[in-house]
Design a protein around this ligand. Structure first.
Ligand SMILES: [Mn+2]
Length: 342
């Protein structure tokens, strides 16, 4: 359906700003199971397009996650909500954020007709530049940072309502300004948001200090069952559907758990396998130092960033985990695999 698109061509912030001015009705989309960067970027884009007098529609295959309710949910539509509408909107353009490929959009892909322009805004190194416009900057700490660039390019002041989602986007995707690609520019953007009145302390409290007792009890079970391999260089764990059921948790409650594995001092590569269906696992990878988990995830049909990536894998637990470990073994052994730290 997208055969006529000029793929693989990068676009500048100015070119995408021009495209935003050109069109009227926009579908704003992110990946399935959206997290802080996706949702923050979608909301900040929605305010930006509103200021330009456009008609933005955020549509997601998923409901708004409760743990991100520090951000407003009004205007968030699920595919189910869209089905209830008497008249379906026609979109001139679709802005896809935080998606390395269109597959990550899930069922939302079906909403993009051949005449709909695709504006791909992303910071994944694995992005395949699938859009008519590809504003892909793998140096950006979060998509929210690229949306901020669009505000500047279009001379739209970052209002208080836009500052909040931009902050959430950057804060969550950088692990509170700890991970790679957290740059001087990242901190300058945050300084500007705080200067304009954003209360980062209360936002952080609502984002990071509200684990339910169910989540904590699931975490305690996982931490008792971590696997340490390759002389401590690889640390991994599994969350089964049964464990979630027993603790009264759901998939979104597991967000951030992989970072506890990464925090083990000897861990160079860590991964968490989360059972999402029968013999189906969502795998999150994290790397420390010079390791590149994007490569590992790509070998398994996924992708992401150098320090944080993911894939889905099918098969029974022992076969699936062995498959992952064998790919990791391959990359951990190759010294040429590491690239110099920028
Ligand atoms: Mn992101």
């Amino acid at each position: 359906m997208t055969t006529k698109r000029k793929k693989n061509k990068l676009s500048s912030v100015a070119q995408v700003a021009k495209a935003l001015k050109k069109h009227k009705t926009f579908l704003l989309a992110a990946h399935i199971r959206p997290e802080g960067d996706s949702i923050g970027s979608l909301l900040a884009l929605k305010y930006l397009l509103g200021k330009l007098g456009k008609e933005p529609w955020i549509v997601s295959p998923d409901a708004f996650p409760k743990r991100l309710d520090v951000m407003p949910q009004n205007g968030w539509r699920t595919l189910e909500d869209m089905k209830q509408l008497a008249k379906q909107p026609r979109f001139d353009a679709c802005i896809v954020v935080d998606c390395p490929n269109m597959h990550r959009m899930g069922k939302l892909r079906e909403w993009i007709g051949p005449e709909t322009k695709i504006i791909n805004i992303d910071h994944h190194v694995s992005n395949i530049k699938f859009g008519d416009y590809n504003l892909v900057n793998d140096r950006a700490s979060a998509c929210g940072e690229i949306i901020y660039d669009l505000y500047k390019e279009l001379h739209v002041p970052v209002s208080k309502e836009a500052a909040l989602p931009i902050y959430v986007s950057i804060s969550t995707d950088t692990g509170s300004f700890r991970y790679s690609h957290t740059s001087a520019k990242t901190h300058r953007i945050i300084a500007e948001l705080i200067q304009s009145g954003l209360n980062s302390e209360s936002i952080n409290e609502r984002l990071y200090e509200r684990s339910s007792s169910h989540r904590v009890s699931l975490l305690s079970e996982i931490l008792r069952k971590i696997n340490i391999d390759f002389d401590g260089r690889v640390v991994w764990a599994v969350i089964t559907g049964k464990m979630m059921e027993k603790s009264g948790t759901v998939f979104e409650d597991t967000e951030g758990f992989v970072d506890y594995l990464r925090a083990v001092d000897s861990a160079e590569v860590s991964f968490m396998m989360i059972e999402t269906g029968r013999n189906k696992y969502q795998v999150s990878f994290r790397a420390k130092g010079r390791n590149d988990v994007n490569r590992i995830a790509e070998c398994l049909g996924g992708g992401g960033h150098r320090k944080s990536a993911g894939c889905t894998i099918e098969g029974n637990l022992s076969a699936a985990s062995q498959q992952i470990l064998s790919v990791i073994r391959k990359y951990l052994r190759k010294p040429t695999f590491s690239r110099p730290v920028r």
